[in-house]
Structure formats: structure tokens, C-alpha cells
Design a protein around this ligand. Structure first.
Ligand code: 5RP
Length: 220
């Protein structure tokens, strides 16, 4: 019998436990797949002195389970960062931010030695862009950034959501992202953009993909 998407998420979350480095600070992402990972962390509690989290949501869950969560400013380097993705392509570039935590996710990933992406098989794509690309913006810039994204051929909506950074998110539909690194640099350069949810310059290092034939591991 085919596994449900939730069961696939649970399987990759379980597999990711083996990537947690003993005695090192663990980076923890955000989303329903990561929630499953967090729920399993008590089984390896003794390996984890502290975590850095990419959202208030994950921080609350981690603290409720008794884990110490450090502020990024207390930390120089993270060993492993475990997070999900909305889409991931063959070069390990990702669209992230479906859960709205893209900026903090990018910050935590930037000081992590290894990015382990956990995802069910629906997330693996040939070309990024079927999933709406999230762009976090300073509220006063939303209209201007929307117009710039529309000039790229996107259909853009303002999400009814305020981020952990008190900013807004635009979701850009209909982009066929053939050169993720170039688009990431371009959108990030626009005044008022906090972060674009393209993770290409710093993509994943390992992909754990939940499939009905078991968890498949891809390493860059
Ligand atoms: C949150 C994210 C998530 O990693 C992404 O949305 C995947 O979420 P889920 O595990 O719920 O499918 O980028 O900002």
C-alpha cells in the first residue's frame, strides 16, 4: 500500500537523525516535515547540546521538548542544518518559504557546514517554478516589488501573513526558473526585498527523499 505524504515525511525525518553531529549545535528549519524531525529529536537528546532555529514556530516546539535554543548571535558555526523544501531541482537548488520562514532559514543555512534537505518525493522537480516563489519584502516596498516580479511574467499575490521579521510575503506564480542563481541574485538586489525564497547560491548538500520504495539519499 502506498504511504501517505505524512508517512513519507516521517520516514525522511527519521533518516535525518543519523546526520546529527554528536556534541555540535544543530540547525533546525521550519515546516511540517521538520515538525516530524523535531518530534523525533528526544530519541537522540544526548547528542544535542543546543539548537538554532529558523522560526518562532520551531523554537516553541523545540523548547517544549526541553531543548536549548540559542540566538544566532551566540553562535559562530552550525554543523548540520536540517530543513524541508517546497521544490528541489537536480542541482540541489530549492524554492523555500512556503511556511514563511525563508529569511531566517537562509540566515541559519549561511553559517551551516552541511544542509540536509528532507522532503517527500513530490518536491523533486526538473525545473523550479511550479511552486509559487515567495519573496519577503519590507511592507512599504510590496507594490514596487510586485510590479517588478510582474515584469518578469509572474502572477503575484500578497500573502495574508506577517513574518517573524514583521515583513510581508509576495508569492510569484508562473516563473520557469532556468537559472536559479542568477534570479536569486537579481531579486535580492531590488530595494525593499528582504529575501527571495530561492536557495541556489547556498543549496542543499544532501537530499533525503521520501519515496514509496524507501528513503533515497542524494549527495552533492
Ligand atoms: C518554510 C519552508 C519549508 O521548508 C517548506 O515550505 C516545506 O514545508 P513542508 O515540510 O511543510 O512541506 O521553506 O518556510
Amino acid at each position: 500500500m502506498a504511504l501517505t505524504q505524512t508517512e513519507l515525511k516521517r520516514e525522511v525525518a527519521r533518516e535525518a537523525l543519523a546526520y546529527v553531529e554528536d556534541g555540535k549545535i544543530l540547525g533546525v528549519g521550519t515546516g511540517s516535515t521538520v515538525d516530524q524531525f523535531i518530534d523525533l529529536l528526544p530519541t537522540i537528546r544526548e547528542k544535542i547540546p543546543a539548537c538554532v532555529s529558523s522560526s518562532e514556530r520551531s523554537t516553541v516546539r523545540l523548547e517544549a521538548l526541553g531543548f536549548k535554543v540559542l540566538d544566532m548571535n551566540e553562535v559562530d558555526e552550525i554543523g548540520v542544518y536540517v530543513d524541508g523544501a517546497d521544490e528541489i531541482d537536480p542541482r540541489y537548488s530549492m524554492i523555500k518559504g512556503g511556511g514563511g520562514a525563508l529569511t531566517r532559514e537562509k540566515i541559519v543555512a549561511s553559517i551551516s557546514k552541511r544542509f540536509v534537505c528532507i522532503a517527500d518525493e513530490s518536491k523533486k522537480v526538473g525545473i523550479l517554478g511550479n511552486f509559487p516563489l515567495p519573496v519577503e519584502v519590507i511592507p512599504m516596498a510590496a507594490r514596487a516589488i510586485k510590479a517588478r516580479l510582474e515584469a518578469f511574467g509572474a502572477e503575484v499575490t500578497l500573502r495574508d501573513f506577517v513574518t517573524d521579521n514583521q515583513c510581508h510575503i509576495l508569492d510569484a506564480r508562473g516563473l520557469e526558473i532556468l537559472e536559479p542563481e542568477i534570479l536569486e541574485r537579481e531579486i535580492n538586489s531590488w530595494p525593499g526585498v528582504v529575501t527571495v525564497g530561492l536557495f541556489a547560491e547556498r543549496g542543499a548538500d544532501v537530499l533525503l527523499l521520501g519515496t514509496n520504495e524507501g528513503v533515497k539519499t542524494f549527495t552533492r
